[in-house]
Design a protein around this ligand. Structure first.
Ligand code: ZN
Length: 431
């Protein structure tokens, strides 16, 4: 559906896929113009502040690196043909490669060529952020075809003082307590591991920015690892406001959902996402926290220990296309992106509406029939509503919140919440 303007509503699966398609060719890295260009395009959809942190800034145990600029790169064969060409795929250049222009023998070139024998037709994705090096990535079947001879090698890049750029979209709510949504923006032409998270986070921010919000929402679009560390180091005082958080990644493929719990393991966000994933078909899988993965590693480092989990469909490293040119726009689908946005919106609904209520009639069941709140006949939906009222009344003892009741009754949170609102309106519950 068009919103009447030229732009399709970013909330649809097609629009999220179109956004990923628009961003796909941009050569992103942990710093540089690719990240800025990506963030500028996102800022046409949502309010976004671009923040620059200068090279050399100390952020906890790390230092913001020099900024990387890449203009061109190629390997030419003896007759001058570009047999490996950055213009065809930005994955061909190892990210953060230092500049080089030289003629090298095959033996000299070989240590700088990277391929993946297990996926011989794909270009692997390689980086060398914190160790100066240069390299080319190429399909293994091409690498083994290199003949003896001399090759012209060129990487037209610059590593120079500059800054690290991240994007922040802050949506103030009724409360200063915050929900954090974070995704990395540092991968070049890779769709599921990166652009899917960016697209869903943008669509979620877009959906939230026009609605009434109990919580404030902070969306971070940051380079992986160093970006999260830099944000935490420069915003330490804000972290105590973060009550719930989600890292979004690999949410565009049609695989079933996975959720990696926060380090706390029983935070409200863990319970909320677990509840929503249980209702999915097929049901999502919940994984325990581990100190590896995406930026939940930084948010859940022991000094912060924030309630931040990670929502994925297929798990990084476990799908064959991961970190290769096969993770392209055909791997992600509009339906999967829309399903991921829907899960995020259901989680937000729980966070926004979860509360603990107290029954005003704890001695035996209140007479629901005389209030028109009990219907003995009807379809299963009416049955659910009746059951939801009984569950809410019984467990609204000031000790159980609505999410507890949804978990215990195995009814969707939305049904429990609707029942609670109705019972509260009839004076049968109080806050
Ligand atoms: Zn990755």
């Amino acid at each position: 559906m068009s919103d009447g303007g030229s732009r399709i509503d970013i909330g649809s699966g097609e629009a999220m896929h179109a956004l990923a398609t628009e961003l796909f060719p941009i050569c992103r890295s942990i710093t540089g113009e690719g990240v800025r260009e990506t963030l500028r395009r996102l800022s046409t959809h949502i309010p976004m502040e671009l923040v620059e942190i200068p090279t050399g800034t100390t952020v906890f145990d790390w230092t913001v690196p020099r900024e990387w600029t890449i203009r061109d790169a190629y390997i030419k064969n003896a007759i001058g043909e570009r047999i490996v060409d950055f213009r065809r795929s930005n994955l061909h250049v190892m990210s953060y490669s230092t500049p080089i222009h030289a003629r090298l023998s095959r033996a000299e070139l070989r240590p700088h060529l990277f391929s993946n024998e297990a996926q011989p037709e794909s270009i692997p994705y390689r980086t060398s952020y914190y160790q100066e090096n240069w390299g080319f990535c190429l399909p293994h079947e091409q690498l083994v075809s290199f003949e003896d001879g001399t090759y012209e090698v060129c990487i037209d890049s610059t590593l120079a003082d500059g800054s690290l750029t991240y994007g922040e979209c802050f949506l103030p709510g009724d409360q200063s307590d915050e929900v954090l949504v974070s995704c990395h923006v540092c991968h070049p032409s890779l769709a599921n591991d990166n652009l899917s998270g960016i697209s869903v986070a943008t669509a979620l921010a877009h959906a939230l920015h026009t609605r009434q919000r109990r919580y404030s929402y902070r969306f971070l679009f940051i380079p992986g690892t160093i970006g999260a560390i830099a944000w935490l180091a420069t915003n330490r005082e804000k972290t105590t406001r973060i009550k719930h958080g989600l890292v979004l990644t690999c949410v565009g493929d049609p695989g079933r959902f996975h959720y990696k719990k926060s380090r706390r393991g029983n935070a409200d966000i863990d319970r909320a996402v677990t509840h929503v994933l249980r209702q999915q078909t097929p049901a999502g899988e919940v994984l325990d926290f581990s100190p590896y993965g995406y930026d939940e590693r930084q948010y859940c480092s022991p000094g912060f220990n924030l309630p931040v989990g990670c929502l994925m469909r297929s798990v990084w490293g476990q799908f064959p296309e991961y970190h290769s040119s096969a993770d392209n726009l055909t791997l992600i689908t509009p339906e999967a992106l829309a399903g991921s946005l829907s899960v995020c919106e259901q989680v937000v609904e729980i966070l926004e509406h979860n509360c603990t209520l107290t029954s005003t009639n704890p001695y035996c069941e209140p007479a629901l029939g005389k209030r028109g709140l009990y219907r003995a006949t009807g379809g299963s939906h009416v049955g659910d509503r009746n059951m939801a009222r009984l569950w809410v009344l019984n467990f609204s003892d000031g000790q159980h919140d609505l999410l507890d009741i949804a978990e215990r009754s195995a009814l969707p949170f939305s049904v429990i919440h609707a029942a609670a609102a109705e019972l509260e309106a009839h004076g049968l519950l109080r806050r």
